[in-house]
Design a protein around this ligand. Structure first.
Ligand code: GLU
Length: 305
């Protein structure tokens, strides 16, 4: 299959859609990005990459970071993690508070904010004030790139405008499902959301999930086969908040989005894909990114269905 030609076709076909969507504006640092960017990167097991658009520009990975934190927490706690955070879709927006109260502070899944905060708390229990470095080092390892870091301005912006996330963590703490000081947990959470990566780096970093938990580029096992299956399942069912069903319907791949405008998608046994375009749809997923992945799986037949 000629992936480069397919990427070029996709870039052409998405042009009319740039008028749709809206850049994330819940923090000022994200509201100022150039709304018309588009980049897509495909990483194959043999090390070859196919790229189009601004693939070397870093963007704020936001909730895509939740996949890495979930991988680390699942690796350590196994099924025990599910006593504190579930693996069911929420059907609610990423930052919703409503379910938490009637479900006694147990978030539905690790990819909504509430669940990601509990997941980070489980890592803070292990690594205390070094939890963020633990997550960042893991990302550096799976992407084989030591230059990856977070953006201080975005981090500060999250901290100064994080009223909902503070509400979430306080509510969860009131149900005794946060074990560590709130400031330590929120610090690690906002820093992981502020990590900056290029689409190329992200596609490479996710490749172990396409290969039963082993990084095919160096044969290093990152997580067990069974747990890699679980992570993919949660990405498929919960990776796009209250549009997870819509993403599965249109794209047919496990994927995870972030409000920065990135989406990663896994094609089992074949590749990892990252697409970036910052204008979001009503459910806070990249509008163009979703469209581009839909075109990709339709053109190639590479969906899991
Ligand atoms: N930093 C964002 C928040 O906590 C992450 C949300 C997202 O990417 O969906 O609100």
């Amino acid at each position: 299959m000629n992936y480069q030609t397919i990427l070029e076709e996709i870039q052409k076909e998405i042009q009319p859609y740039f008028k749709n969507g809206k850049v994330a504006d819940y923090i000022p640092a994200l509201a100022k990005v150039d709304p018309n960017q588009f980049a897509m990167s495909i990483q194959l097991f043999d090390g070859s990459q196919y790229n189009i658009g601004t693939v070397d520009n870093k963007f704020s990975i936001q909730s895509i970071s939740k996949v890495f934190a979930f991988t680390l927490a699942l690796n350590h706690y196994g099924k025990g993690l599910y006593k504190r955070v579930g693996h069911e879709p929420s059907g609610d927006p990423f930052n919703s508070l409503v379910q938490l109260e009637y479900e006694n502070g147990i978030p539905r899944n690790p990819f909504i904010n509430a669940g990601a905060i509990v997941t980070i708390d489980s890592l803070v229990s292990l690594h205390r004030k070094n939890s963020f470095e633990y997550i960042l080092n893991f990302i550096k390892k799976v992407s084989n790139d030591d230059s990856i870091t977070y953006d201080e301005e975005i981090f500060k912006s999250e901290l100064n405008h994080g009223f909902r996330n503070f509400a979430l963590i306080n509510m969860i703490k009131s149900y005794n499902n946060i074990y560590n000081p709130i400031d330590d947990v929120i610090d690690a959470y906002f820093k992981q959301c502020s990590i900056m990566m290029t689409p190329c780096q992200l596609a490479k970093a996710m490749l172990f999930l396409a290969n039963h938990g082993v990084n095919p580029l160096n044969n290093e096992r990152i997580i067990t086969n069974e747990k890699a299956k679980r992570i993919n399942s949660v990405m498929l069912t919960c990776g796009h908040y209250d549009a997870s069903g819509d993403f599965a319907y249109k794209v047919g791949l496990p994927g995870k989005s972030g409000v920065g405008g990135g989406i990663v998608a896994i094609v089992p046994q074949k590749m990892a894909i990252c697409v970036y375009s910052p204008k979001l749809n009503a459910q806070s997923n990249s509008y163009i990114g979703t469209k581009a992945l839909e075109l990709f799986t339709t053109k190639t037949g590479l969906s899991i269905f």
